[in-house]
Design a protein around this ligand. Structure first.
Ligand code: AVW
Length: 256
């Protein structure tokens, strides 16, 4: 009796989290579609089902990025050539910028990126439930539920990269092109010269200090991309980007 009571109790306790994750995701998905009419062909219920099958019933440390293939293929998303913005170690300023201006779109401004941004989720072996607490952290194991999602979504975003592509990197750290980042390990490797014209690095610096475009890690980046792609890099003071954030009507080309 004690065992069955325990099972019944734990089921009751964890059910609401499953239900609330589903509601959170479907609500965010519908809100996104409301604000982005170009996404209106998407079915949020179908997206939820494709998402759920990736990790429910699985060891949360053993979900490969391919588990999210169905989700990625279920989402209908038009690429926005010439406006795609990649980033690494610049999350805050990049999203302050894309939120206030209409110049660029990051992964987090696409349907799946927007919906999952800020959420934690996982399943459990031999359970059909969804959990939002007690899930492995980013570095606890390589193939964790959340990290594999971001790896897969980033891969899809990079596969779609077209025209002139921009990447905002952090010039206040020793290695702006960090070899362990998603940008380096997944995105840059999937850039396709046949679809892209150029890669422009915006190196966000504190007033005239920190790394420059001559930084060795940026030379590594340049070596990694197809030589058919134009590459350029510009160091831009953070204050200049802050000015563009506070004056959102600034022309897109005038910020750097
Ligand atoms: P990032 P990336 N613990 O700034 O190039 C917890 O390094 O990797 O940039 N969360 C982590 C950890 C960690 N150790 N490392 C990374 N994260 C999470 C998708 C955290 O949320 C877009 F398209 C951090 O803010 C960009 O072009 C985020 O991952 C590219 O991939 C980014 O880490 C940014 O990935």
């Amino acid at each position: 009796l004690a065992i069955s009571l325990g099972v019944a109790l734990s089921h009751r306790l964890s059910s609401p989290s499953s239900e609330s994750l589903k509601k959170t995701i479907i609500d965010k998905c519908e809100a996104f579609i409301q604000n982005n009419k170009s996404s209106s062909a998407n079915d949020c219920q179908k997206i939820w089902s494709a998402f759920e099958q990736a990790f429910v019933g699985k060891d949360p440390c053993n979900v490969p990025m391919e588990a999210y293939d169905l989700l990625i293929h279920t989402v209908i998303q038009d690429p926005v050539c010439n406006r795609m913005l990649f980033w690494s170690k610049t999350k805050k300023i990049v999203h302050d910028f894309t939120e206030k201006t209409d110049c660029f779109l990051t992964l987090e401004d696409t349907l799946v990126g927007f919906v999952m941004n800020g959420l934690t989720w996982c399943g459990k072996e031999e359970s059909n439930e969804t959990f939002t607490t007690g899930c492995p952290g980013w570095t606890d194991c390589v193939n964790n539920t959340v990290r594999s999602f971001w790896n897969r979504a980033s891969a899809a975003f990079a596969d779609a990269a077209c025209g002139d592509v921009t990447a905002m990197l952090n010039g206040s750290i020793a290695t702006p092109f960090s070899p362990t980042s998603i940008f380096a390990t997944i995105e840059v490797k999937r850039f396709k010269a046949a679809k892209m014209k150029s890669l422009s690095v915006v190196l966000v610096t504190k007033e005239n200090e920190g790394t420059t475009c001559d930084d060795p890690s940026l030379k590594d980046l340049q070596k990694e991309i197809d030589p058919k792609l134009k590459y350029n890099c510009k160091a831009v003071p953070e204050s200049k980007i802050q000015d563009c954030i506070s004056q959102p009507d600034t022309a897109c080309g005038a910020c750097w």
